[in-house]
Ligand binder design. Sequence first.
Ligand code: GYE
Length: 312
Amino acid sequence: SATAALLLATSASAAELTVGFSQIGSESGWRAAETSVSKSEAAKRKVNLKIADAQQKQENQIKAIRSFIAQGVDAIFLAPVVASGWDAVLKEAKEAKIPVVLLDRDIDPSGKDLYLTAVTSDSVHEGEVAGEWLAKTVGGKACNVVELQGTVGASVATNRKKGFDAVIAKNANLKVVRSQTGDFTRAKGKEVMESFIKAENGGKSICAVYAHNDDMMVGAIQAMKEAGLKPGKDVLTVSIDAVPDIFKAIAAGEANATVELTPNMAGPALDAIIAYKDKGTTPPKWIQTESKLYTAADEPQKVYDSKKGLGY
Ligand code: GYE
């Protein structure tokens, strides 16, 4: 009958959603894990996930979104490399009635009506957590900090700086003496740290390193060791992501703290899209993931082992 055919069509469509994911690239271990978790979360829900790797370039992301629109996908996931410049292409998605979900980074407020929901952490808070840990750890002692920023123009770089700066402003003993982008990569983190060490008396005047992600910190740790410094001992470290390699460094006494960020942004995003498509449920505008601090007190070796199943 017509009703049976209709029912069949409805339930079949729920099981056969196609989602296009415009991913940034593979700049960090966290990013690679996010890509891998996205695939397994999609498979669990029988969603056909098409991932386009933009190799760090916004223009490639815009092309990928246009191609997803042309293919008539059911939804688009976007991890926006930078915050600005999305309005035109997201308007095209909206006109095509394709819902967009932001993953792990935000876009400028002008684009608020152009996406359905954003699955992200509170990245200002992450910077605050890192800053509070440092303030507490140095306990009033004068401390010169160097900062490795994420990708210029990325919401998470802006926000992680902002949150950290807010804590610094409340603690007169803490001072950020150098701050530069390392583009969220190990190689650039190492390179920029080498220049910080040169500029800061062979690193002797550096009390702590704050990096917007663990990968840059892993690079910075390498640079410090090569310069004869003892990261984790002479120089305190605090970074963000909680990738396995930072737990390895914490276990070895070469790093001190990290703020965890789940690589599973796709799971909640897929659930939101499925509920939206199946039942017309509008998700909250922001689906917030947790930010938890880890130090040597948290059995880093065990955490390292347990991370392996999470896309790492
Ligand atoms: O912290 C970093 C990655 O946007 C939250 O991007 C993400 C960040 C993550 O390259 O490692």
